[in-house]
Design a protein around this ligand. Structure first.
Ligand code: PMP
Length: 466
């Protein structure tokens, strides 16, 4: 295997920076530097590590974007990609079927809860959510209920970057400069127990959320609401683990009002919580649809999809419009290489990685929760192999509105020097490493975080910001 030396990497980065600035637009840019920006070069990945331009090895703290679940440089995935490309690189899903897509749909259906037995493949998470929402619209049109289309979403949500999926987003700044299909969406409160109304216990907070949901359905009218879309744990909103029991209660209200429950498992599926799907196993949910992406191929190939229940398809077949067409599909729907990669990835997950996650999760969560003794840390929360460290201005537990907004970036800067890539979100650090991480590597990660946060506290103090 060839590896690039650090001098060559530094030169390559310099060159790349200039070339990127000339022609490459990076995602989520700001106007000032859009089309004139290069982000740090990452040369290589290996297991839970990536290597930066200076040749420094970093723990891949966010697993890319919650996606490199089985880690980098897995020969089995490279081989299967090659083999499938040589056997059949593409065939049109409009008028043919490829065997990897059938095999993968079967495997996914076997893991999905309840009667979710039918898979529509997409190219990622946004297109999966978009597909689920367009399916809901189609479903209600065919069933003669064209007014039942509103979508319920929640504060802190993130569901994608296509027009309809992005219209559900509700994190700070997501909608400041972007148009959205806002008239199709009704927003509910964030289910963040850390930011619950003063004086309420977490149990009471669950009641508040359920009451809000029930009241909203009553006010807007169930006959106008088509779907509720929810991540079981809000990921990029800050690893928000909702109060226990609240999601199943919402599910029942949805069922009673014929509102489709769409569980967005783009982050939580394929091992992050120790199961292929978390809806049933962890949250006791049997949604009408589940969206997935990211970990389905551990980031080796762009793939996503929606699992749809028997019941919804039977309703369509029994409707008065059997001729109605779901005019929706992507050139790369059911891509044979993506599906072949996902099958191999699933083999690897089932062959020890899921067990490893279930075994190592308590250790991972405990080591990160140890950081809560640092005065800057307000809360460490999470479930499975996802955790959020929320920094606050005051002593732990107080609201941290006054805290310097660059706090996450500052921590990330220090941690990178020490050998850990962090995913900073405003005042938060998100940790979701590759699932193959060992206890010793978890210790390294926690030690670096402790040092990075301590150095950040020193900076803030020196600058009079804290
Ligand atoms: N849903 C959730 C919960 C996500 O976290 C994301 C991506 N971060 C998406 C949907 C969109 O997925 P993608 O970026 O693959 O389009």
């Amino acid at each position: 295997m060839t590896t690039i030396g650090s001098t060559a990497m530094a030169a390559a980065e310099e060159d790349l920076t200039e070339r990127a600035k000339r022609h490459l637009i990076q995602p989520w840019p700001v106007a000032e530097t859009m089309g004139d920006e290069a982000r740090p070069l990452i040369g290589e990945g290996d297991g839970i590590y990536i290597t930066d331009a200076a040749g420094k090895r970093l723990i891949d703290g966010p697993a890319g974007m919650w996606c490199t679940n089985i880690g980098h440089r897995r020969r089995e995935l490279a081989d299967v990609m090659h083999e499938q490309a040589m056997a059949l690189s593409y065939s049109s899903p409009w008028y043919t079927t490829s065997s990897p897509s059938v095999a993968l749909a079967e495997r996914i259906a076997a893991h999905a809860p309840g009667d979710l037995n039918h898979v529509f493949f997409t190219t990622g998470g946004s297109s999966a959510v978009e597909t689920a929402l367009r399916f809901m619209q189609f479903y209600n049109n065919v069933r003669g209920r064209p007014d039942k289309k509103l979508i319920l979403s929640r504060g802190s949500a993130y569901h994608g970057s296509t027009y309809l999926s992005a219209s559900l987003n509700a994190r700070p700044r997501d909608n400041d400069w972007m148009d959205s299909a806002g008239d199709l969406v009704v927003k509910l409160s964030s289910p963040n127990p850390f930011r619950r109304p003063g004086g309420k216990t977490v149990v009471e907070f669950a009641d508040v959320l359920v009451d809000e949901f029930r009241d909203t359905v009553a006010r807007v009218g169930a006959e106008r609401i088509g779907a509720f879309v929810a991540e079981p744990i809000q990921a990029s909103g800050g690893v928000i683990v909702p109060p226990e029991g609240y999601l199943p209660r919402i599910r029942e209200i949805c069922r009673a009002n014929d509102i489709l429950y769409i569980c967005d498992e783009v982050v939580t599926a394929f091992g992050r919580l120790g199961h292929v799907f978390a809806s049933g196993e962890i949250f006791g949910l049997d949604p009408d649809m589940i969206t997935f992406a990211k970990g389905v191929t551990s980031g080796y190939f762009p793939l996503g999809g929606v699992v749809i229940s028997d019941r919804l398809l039977e309703d369509l077949r029994r409707s008065n419009h059997p001729e109605a067409m779901f005019a929706h599909g992507l050139t790369n729907t059911s891509h044979p290489i993506g599906c072949a990669v996902a099958l191999k990835n699933l083999d690897i997950l089932e062959d020890g990685v899921l067990d490893h996650v279930r075994e190592v999760t308590p250790y991972f969560q405990a080591r990160l929760r140890d950081l809560a003794d640092l005065p800057l840390v307000g809360e460490v929360r999470g479930l499975g192999m996802m955790a959020g460290i929320e920094c606050v201005a005051g002593p732990a537990g107080e609201e941290g509105g006054a805290l310097d907004e660059t706090i996450g970036k500052r921590i990330d800067g220090h941690c990178q020097e020490l050998g850990l890539l962090v995913r900073p979100i405003v005042n938060m650090c998100v940790m979701s490493p590759p699932l193959t991480i060992t206890r010793a590597q978890i210790d390294d990660m926690a030690a670096i975080l402790r040092e990075g946060i301590s150095r950040t506290m020193d900076d803030l103090e020196r600058e009079g910001l804290w």
